[in-house]
Design a protein around this ligand. Structure first.
Ligand code: PLP
Length: 388
């Protein structure tokens, strides 16, 4: 069978093999300590579930507008104004099937062959693949641990060519857990304006900040950058709603109209009653977000202390999201081999950094309970001792 050429341009998920092996081991009764999940281990807060149940009972079970339920678009616009000082109306919002599909829809609406999209490395796995699916060219810019894996304004300026259309910013970041400071965001914003390119700011981990880290949404840096900004966001991480599949884009109306056109011919609308859960998430008390954040903060400290006490591993302390990116270059093996041996010999599942463009790193997610963290780190300590 001859498949479309675009399929071969996409890299198959390098992490899938390790993940499949970990799951098969679990199914066979092996006690695996897993640090691979990109999702909170908490249940969705009850008031959010109840709002979706009520919506179901009220018959919100039909097709809705492609761009989303008007009440949810209003709630999102209100959130962006009050939390982020961004002046959007419902017309500037499209509700999508998660933050992943918001980015996919954006690439489809914006990128065409010849367009370059700048992506800092390490990157979230789907960014380059989405750019390629849209026919564009991902342009990777390496960052350093010394710069806390953040792209500098000069690096961004140098990577921009006449073909550059878009820069992908992700703060707090998956996989690094780093947060750009407000001043760093302002400096990046200046380059965006000076070079007249667009920026998509993936803010899905916005609420997961530690040690006083501050989130500045880049569109709030200046009116000039606001006009060039697209926000990609979602409910998955802060409200523990990964399976609900609700995310959104906020952008100039022209972009929202284009993404809505595409969504209208692909997924139609996001599950109607799920959108009512999302309305409750934004309109209700934010106490649940803070409780989960505090739990992540404790786990972050615990896992970071355990990791940094191990010989051979180095790690920059993250101030956001729920990931640790760990340098394993002292072990003289690639990240796939490291993760495979760690899983086989000590039953600890981690994600190989090669998936994020950094083969000398691994990623651990601490969105798991403290007992798993303690047991898993004991095993990791034994593993590193045996390999050094
Ligand atoms: N952006 C980043 C950086 C992520 O880590 C994820 C999920 O892992 C997403 C976007 C997409 O999230 P979702 O589609 O579940 O809303």
């Amino acid at each position: 069978m001859k498949l479309a050429a675009r399929v071969s341009q996409v890299t198959p998920s390098l992490t899938l093999a390790i993940d499949a092996k970990a799951k098969a081991m679990k199914r066979n009764g092996v006690d695996v300590c897993s640090f691979s999940a990109g999702e909170p281990d908490f249940d969705t807060p009850d008031h959010i579930k109840q709002a979706a149940v009520a919506a179901l009972q009220q018959g919100k079970t039909r097709y809705g507008p492609a761009a989303g339920e008007p009440k949810l678009r209003d709630a999102i616009a209100h959130k962006l104004q009050s939390d982020n000082n961004l002046c959007y109306s419902a017309d500037n919002i499209i509700v999508t099937n998660g933050g992943k599909h918001s980015l996919y829809g954006l690439m489809m609406a914006l990128i065409e062959p010849g367009d370059e999209v700048i992506i800092p490395v390490p990157f979230w796995v789907s960014y380059p693949e989405m750019v390629k699916l849209a026919g564009g060219t991902p342009v990777m810019v390496n960052t350093t641990a010394e710069a806390h894996y953040k792209i500098t304004p000069d690096q961004l300026r140098q990577a921009i060519t006449p073909k550059t259309k878009l820069f992908v910013l992700n703060s707090p970041s998956n996989p690094t857990g780093m947060v750009y400071t407000p001043n760093e965001i302002r400096a990046i914003a200046q380059v965006i304006v000076e070079k007249d390119i667009l920026v998509v700011s993936d803010e899905i981990y916005e609420k997961l900040l530690y040690d006083g880290a501050e989130h500045l949404s880049i569109g709030a840096a200046s009116p000039e950058v606001f006009d060039r900004t697209i926000i990609s966001h979602g409910f998955a991480k802060a409200y523990s709603m990964t399976g609900w599949r609700v995310g959104y884009l906020a952008a100039p109306v022209e972009i929202i109209k284009a993404a809505t056109k595409i969504q209208g011919h692909s997924t139609s609308n996001v599950c109607t009653f799920a959108q009512y859960g999302a309305i409750a998430a934004y309109d209700g008390s934010q106490e649940c977000v803070e409780q989960m954040r505090q739990a992540f903060a404790e786990r972050r400290q615990a896992i970071f202390d355990l990791i940094t006490a191990m010989p051979g591993l180095t790690c920059v302390k993250p101030d956001g999201a729920f990931y640790l990116l760990i340098n394993i270059s002292k072990f003289g093996m690639g990240s796939l081999e490291f993760c495979d041996q760690l899983l086989t010999e000590h039953q600890v599942a981690a994600i190989p950094g090669i998936a994020f463009g950094v083969d000398d790193h691994i990623r651990l997610s601490y969105a798991t309970d403290m007992t798993t963290i303690e047991r898993g780190m004991e095993r990791l300590a034994m593993f590193v001792k045996s390999k050094l």
